[in-house]
Design a protein around this ligand. Structure first.
Ligand SMILES: NC(=O)c1ccc[n+]([C@@H]2O[C@H](COP(=O)([O-])OP(=O)(O)OC[C@H]3O[C@@H](n4cnc5c(N)ncnc54)[C@H](O)[C@@H]3O)[C@@H](O)[C@H]2O)c1
Length: 258
């Protein structure tokens, strides 16, 4: 019997953790719709997946644009069929002293990191209900579990992701929809290319020493990789985690343990 190809949508899939998740899901035989605000990056990841024999398509999606979310979901349903899995990965991050947190920084961070997940879940959950269920992974952070100085907007958004995840899991468990969050520790991605300079300023250290500073604090002795996070996303979407919902799973080499 031919296996049904399930469809997954990943937001912010053009680089970094999102790219890693797209590639890992595709390796597992899932058809991956790579979305990103930057279409060229999304297309490049999707092409790489197809070149390696996987199934994929790319679409431009700005996760703070409700109309765009609606259109993209409609297009995917028309072109590819039922969406079984959704990964809310897109995010932005800025380190700045609290008194320099502008309203714009606050709004942008809360919108891209948290409101986007609310908007995407509102769009996709009715389809999942209609189709008998699904699984959602929301990207939080270990900054969703512990506050950090000069990181108020980001921490607030990532704490919010865990609240959204738990309350969605409670409401839609009976509809066979599981919702979980991942809380990565530090993973070197394009996000850190810029952020290491702000972190260095905050700690009065050399930017080139920032990653080593993080590494030394981690019980497993290394930074996270996009593959570490991608393996967890695959697990949380798959039936291997059929009895797990409403959880916020640390993937951080033991950096924090709660
Ligand atoms: N890298 C880390 O150390 C780390 C740690 C904890 C959590 N996270 C979280 O993991 C996720 C991915 O992080 P990353 O390090 O890969 O980031 P990154 O900056 O390397 O990549 C983020 C991707 O999101 C896209 N994006 C940004 N705004 C968007 C929007 N409005 N609509 C659609 N796409 C948009 C970007 O174009 C980019 O492709 C984020 O939610 C981040 O907060 C990262």
């Amino acid at each position: 019997m031919k296996k049904i190809t399930e469809i997954a949508v990943v937001t912010g899939g053009g680089v970094g953790i999102g790219e890693g998740i797209c590639k890992r899901l595709a390796q597992d035989g899932i058809k991956v719709i790579v979305t990103d605000i930057d279409f060229i990056k999304a297309k490049s990841v999707s092409d790489m997946i197809c070149d390696l024999g996987g199934q994929s398509d790319a679409m431009q999606l700005d996760v703070v644009d409700e109309k765009n979310i609606h259109q993209v979901v409609e297009n995917i349903l028309l072109k590819h069929g039922n969406i079984r899995y959704w990964v809310n990965n897109a995010g932005i991050s800025k380190i700045a002293p609290f008194l320099n947190h502008t309203n714009e920084l606050w709004d942008a961070t809360l919108n891209v990191n948290l409101k986007s997940q609310f908007l995407c879940c509102k769009e996709i959950i009715p389809h999942m209900i209609e189709n008998g269920g699904g699984a959602i992974v929301n990207m939080s952070s270990q900054s969703g579990k512990v506050g950090t100085n000069e990181y108020q907007a980001y921490c607030s958004s990532k704490f919010g992701v865990i609240g959204l995840t738990q309350s969605l899991a409670k409401e839609f468990g009976e509809k066979n929809i599981r919702v979980n969050a991942i809380c990565p520790g530090v993973v070197y991605t394009p996000m850190w290319d810029n952020q290491k300079y702000d972190y260095a300023k905050k700690k009065n250290m050399n930017p080139e020493d920032v990653m080593e500073y993080f590494r030394k604090k981690i019980p497993l002795g290394r930074l996270g990789t996009v593959e570490d996070i991608a393996n967890t996303a695959l697990f949380l979407l798959s039936n291997q985690s059929a009895y797990i919902t409403g959880q916020a799973i640390n993937v951080n080499g033991g950096d924090i343990m709660f």
